[in-house]
Design a protein around this ligand. Structure first.
Ligand code: ADP
Ligand code: ASP
Ligand code: MG
Length: 456
């Protein structure tokens, strides 16, 4: 068995779904279990419907829902057999009926809770997985649909739920392998359910995580993440030009890159795969002939010290200075307790004698956090910052890396520096305005020459 996960752009249209069908068909002998994202930008649109409705702009919400329904009907029609169309059409209509009811409830309540957010955002994957199942049948495959909410179990932290691995693995192991022997199994990514059966989601970009949970649960030989780029690249293609494909990379390096902004992989994806030592591949559904990136358990020998540069925009840098002259003991604990209480993860930290600087990317609770911190410290927040993170598992053992980084950035103001405890990253903060210039300079410094065994 292999798991094949197709992201939003890979199923964004009838033509894209047909490409997916032909990719899967070519691998039917390996018993594929297919995990799909919502079609195109559907999750964003569903969240916009929820937001408009809760703001009382019901008409706008309904208009968006009608457009989204028509998009699904239009793209699904050509990929489904005439004889199956009544089933698929009524599934789409019924799901949008439920979306309209949820939108109505949101308009009445005037507030959107995390649980309702999950309820509404789950429809993208619920619908796409049905459409793809029937598209596979039209392509001549014996496909069956499995509702992921029956096999992936999480806690009830809505919009960011954490899987209950043991329970999910045992349900997956019982349900999927017998089906996969004779059928191509199709499931929606991202969605799951809490133990009380209420729908949850694994966080934005969470379909990758579903793929690796499923892979670990069924003991897959391989987990393939099919997306819209050739694999893990040496930099973010949305930020700089001239990036190259990384042919293979270690689990540790990939996890670090994902955590620090390489959107191509959800940060939690490698976890289940590492545990079961299942290789993960990143592949391009528009260019299936390209080998992609192989993520493996052992480290990859390479003459380049850096494998890739990740970056994350929209970061807030929080500088906290102790009101006393010197840091009293317990100062750090008090700081982190505040962030913890407001469920805000801290990405990077640096300390000096009297101050602590840290970065967060979720600023929804920042006001409350600042108010609490100001009870015992001075707080200054710099918005519109970006993290740049260079990753390579020989950074620590290679002399001269920091000096090369600083030389490349000699014209740029650096806000904060951190060499990760993981030993394989070097991260710092710059203003968003400086980000493209900083990444381009670093990319020229570290990838002017590349090891042909590791980079394309
Ligand atoms: P999917 O919908 O298939 O899950 P995503 O949009 O979540 O795809 O992730 C793929 C995108 O990640 C690419 O289009 C690319 O712009 C972005 N990306 C950012 N950093 C990297 C990187 N280092 N390597 C590859 N892609 C990256
Ligand atoms: N559809 C979800 C999202 O847009 C999950 C995913 O695509 O991985 O975040
Ligand atoms: Mg993604």
């Amino acid at each position: 068995m292999i798991v094949m996960k197709f992201g939003g752009t890979s199923v964004e249209s009838a033509a894209a779904i047909e490409r997916v069908a032909s990719i899967v068909k070519a691998r039917v002998a390996r018993q594929p279990v297919v995990v799909v994202s919502a079609m195109g930008k559907t999750t964003n649109r569903l969240l916009a419907i929820a937001a408009k409705s809760a703001e009382g702009k019901r008409e706008e919400g309904i208009k968006l829902a009608v457009e989204l329904r028509d998009f699904h009907l239009r793209e699904a029609r050509p990929v489904v057999l005439d004889s199956d169309w009544p089933i698929v059409e009524s599934a789409i209509q019924d799901h949008f009926q439920e979306i309209a009811e949820l939108a109505r409830a949101l308009a009445v309540v005037g507030e959107i809770t995390p649980r309702l957010t999950d309820a509404i955002s789950s429809y993208g994957e619920r619908i796409s997985s049905i459409v793809v199942t029937y598209a596979f049948r039209r392509a001549g495959m014996d496909a069956v649909h499995v509702d992921s909410r029956h096999v992936v179990v999480t806690d009830n932290r809505h919009t960011q739920a954490t899987p209950k691995f043991a329970e999910s693995y045992s349900r997956l192991a019982a349900a999927i392998p017998p089906l996969a022997q004779r059928h191509v199994v199709v499931m929606g990514g991202f969605i799951a359910s809490a133990e009380n059966g209420i729908t949850t989601t694994l966080g934005r970009g969470g379909s990758d995580f579903t793929a690796s949970i499923v892979g670990a649960g069924i003991g897959a030989e391989e987990i393939e993440i099919w997306t819209d780029v050739d694999g893990m690249l040496t930099g973010d293609p949305r930020v700089i030009d001239g990036v190259r494909r990384v042919k293979s990379i270690s689990f540790g390096e990939a996890a670090e890159l994902a955590y620090f902004g390489a959107k191509v992989l959800h940060p939690a994806t490698v976890l289940p795969a590492v545990e079961k030592n299942i290789p993960v591949l990143i592949l391009n559904s528009r260019r299936p002939e390209v080998e992609g990136t192989r993520i493996v358990s052992e480290s990859v020998p390479c003459t380049n010290v850096i494998k890739s540069i990740a970056c994350k925009r929209n970061i807030a840098l929080v500088n906290i200075t102790s009101s006393r002259m010197l840091m009293a003991h317990g100062f750090l604990r008090r700081i982190f307790e505040v962030f913890d209480r407001f469920q805000t993860p801290v990405d990077m930290v640096a300390t000096s004698e009297v101050s602590v600087s840290l970065t967060i990317d979720n600023t929804t609770r920042l006001k409350e956090i600042t108010t609490e911190l100001e009870e015992f410290a001075e707080v200054n927040v710099e918005q519109n910052q970006a993290i740049v993170c260079l990753v390579g598992d020989s950074i620590r053992s290679t002399p001269g890396v920091a000096s090369r980084i600083f030389r490349a950035l000699s014209e740029i103001n650096i806000g904060m520096i951190s060499q990760g405890a993981s030993l394989l990253n070097f991260g710092f903060v710059v203003s968003e305005a400086d980000l493209p210039r900083a990444v381009a300079a670093l990319h020229s410094e570290f990838f002017a020459e590349v090891d042909p065994a590791v980079f394309d």
